[in-house]
Write a protein of this length. Sequence first.
Length: 129
Amino acid sequence: MADQPVAALIKDLKRRGLLEDTLVLWLSEFGRTPLGENRGGSPNVTGRDHHPFAFTIWMAGGGIKGGTILGETDELGWNVTKDPVHINDLHATILHLFGMDHKKLTYRFQGRDYRLTDVAGKVVTKLLA
């Protein structure tokens, strides 16, 4: 379990006055399906799969507005039903919190502009303190 150590980290950062300057993110590669799967009809090959449609991230400190909840999924946690945040928008927001403009990180390669947020990305102002 990670809840107690992470809570201790956040409390310690806050107590030391470091939370306002430290961005804490807790996220995973993908969401996990909320149901068991039976792959190939074998009872020995069951489990929860990854899915790229919706996943949970929480953030603290570093300019994030505390207590803000953004986004919702359907009852299965499969699809986003309200306030989706694209990964490019998340990256743009993190870079903004680090004091960087993601658009200024553009470089040209083989006739195309590239950046972490690709050719998209908007700062999610609802998350900012």
